[in-house]
Design a protein around this ligand. Structure first.
Ligand SMILES: [Cu+2]
Length: 454
């Protein structure tokens, strides 16, 4: 029953993604056909009052255009709108302050980039595009969601929650440590002794570490590609009915995940994008170690490094900002496609999270987050594992629901040699755990990460 609810949620997210994508493509198609008729109409925002430019400068710079361009000053927004039948030339009086900016939101037609003379507080950079981690032009501040803030990235354990500008690359490294000790059935703790009345062996403790290497690349201003390579290290302690203790380990590459992040809204300091991820079965489902049964024994399901299946990860992310605060929410499903080569499939999963963050300065913010997760049992089974020996080998004792609270700190380098560098940490504690058990319970999780854009 819950399985179907979860599966329907995942399918619903996929359906919403497809509808949104189609809506977007419709407007893009309309935009293109409109561009065909009225090709060179250009509107762009221009910050007129706080720098060397004024209306005369602007007119002077586009006077070569024929027919006469129409320049309209919008007093309310304090910006100029220029309508012309010709593509604006690069402005002639190039100085150190010249900066290429791309303003896809304000362009009708197919001109991707234009030059504007722009006063800068910091020296000119080598980049000729607007970095996602760079401040917005003054004309866009307070109108669009700003990327150059410590809290413009979500708490570090959230992934695929921001997009990048065209051509921008971000590399990241995350370290995750998860500690599990003791078991529960439903919402109640169960002692190891009690479990040993039913099973000859029980797990008593497990730690999972993950080194996650990530890369993001802005294909366009609305589409970012993200790739994640995890390296997983697992360690489990056991107790037998004969009071013997033993430990098993497994480590290696997990499932590589590739996600497309497609922005469908960027206005009023808010953003929405669709997450369309797929993970590949690169993680082993043949992890082995020495157990009391002998050397080189196949380890049970939670000690394996991958799912063995192709998995879809559809999702939707929303972000919002005010001057000192920011917030966001994300829903991500995990939909397993088919059975793996060992004749089973991990349960589907649905994850919903929401957070709020306070920006204390240009370089520091703190966050509070809630995360709910519901995941299903394994269907099918690996016939080499005996489900009567240990709870971790039983495919019907794997599902669960958990709600966590996360406390996060984000640090951002706004200028200098390490500009756009980020360091962040988040600590998660459970407030609700219901497990189809006996199953090991997660007590806390720590995530720390470094990110750098260029
Ligand atoms: Cu990024």
């Amino acid at each position: 029953m819950i399985f179907w609810v979860r599966r329907r949620f995942c399918l619903l997210i996929i359906a919403v993604n497809l509808v949104c994508l189609n809506t977007f493509l419709c407007s893009a198609r309309a935009e293109i056909s409109k561009g065909g008729n009225e090709k060179k109409k250009i509107n762009f925002d221009y910050e007129p009052l706080t720098n060397t430019w004024d209306y005369q400068d602007l007119k002077e710079n586009i006077k070569d255009l024929t027919p006469e361009p129409k320049i309209k000053l919008d007093e309310l927004l304090q910006k100029y709108e220029i309508s012309t039948s010709y593509i604006l030339p690069k402005f002639s009086n190039e100085t150190d302050n010249i900066k290429q900016i791309s303003q896809s939101n304000n362009i009708n037609g197919n001109i991707p980039k234009k030059s504007l003379n722009f006063p800068q507080k910091t020296p000119a950079k080598k980049n000729d595009f607007l970095l996602a981690d760079e401040p917005l032009p003054p004309s866009q501040q307070g109108i669009y969601w700003s990327p150059a803030r410590p809290d413009s990235h979500a708490p570090i354990a959230v992934m695929g929650e921001h997009i990048h500008s065209e051509g921008e690359i971000m590399v990241s490294y995350r370290y995750m440590l998860m500690e599990m000790e003791g078991s529960r059935v439903g919402t109640d703790d169960i002692s190891d002794e009690k479990i040993l009345e039913q099973f000859p062996i029980t797990p008593t403790r497990m730690t999972m570490q993950m080194h996650m290497f990530g890369m993001m690349y802005g294909i366009t201003n609305n589409l970012t590609l993200m790739a994640m390579l995890p390296y997983v290290v697992k360690d489990m302690d056991h107790l037998t009915r004969t009071n013997r203790r033993f430990n098993t380990d497994s480590e290696g590459i997990g499932d590589i995940k590739v996600t497309g992040l497609y922005q469908i809204l960027n206005e009023n300091r808010q953003r929405i994008h669709l997450n369309t991820g797929i993970s590949f079965p690169t993680g082993s489902i043949e992890a082995r170690d020495t157990t009391p049964a002998g050397p080189d024994q196949l380890l049970p399901y939670p000690m394996q490094l991958g799912s063995g299946t192709l998995d879809l990860h559809p999702g939707i992310t929303y972000l919002g900002q005010s001057d000192d605060w920011s917030w966001g929410t994300q829903i991500i499903g995990t939909l397993r496609l088919g059975e793996n080569s060992n004749s089973y499939k991990f349960g589907d999963e649905i994850m919903l999270t929401a957070w709020g963050a306070k920006k204390w300065s240009d370089w520091a913010s703190t966050s509070l987050r809630i995360k709910g997760r519901n995941w299903g049992n394994i269907s099918g089974k690996d016939s080499r594992l005996n489900p009567n020996l240990i709870p971790t080998a039983d495919p019907t004792r794997r599902g669960g629901t958990q709600i966590d609270i996360g406390f996060g700190l984000n640090l951002f380098v706004p200028e200098g040699d390490l500009r756009t560098g980020r360091l962040a940490i988040e600590f998660e504690l459970p407030i609700y755990r219901a497990l189809q058990g006996p199953q090991l319970e997660t007590d806390w999780q720590l995530t720390a990460g470094l990110q750098f854009s260029f």
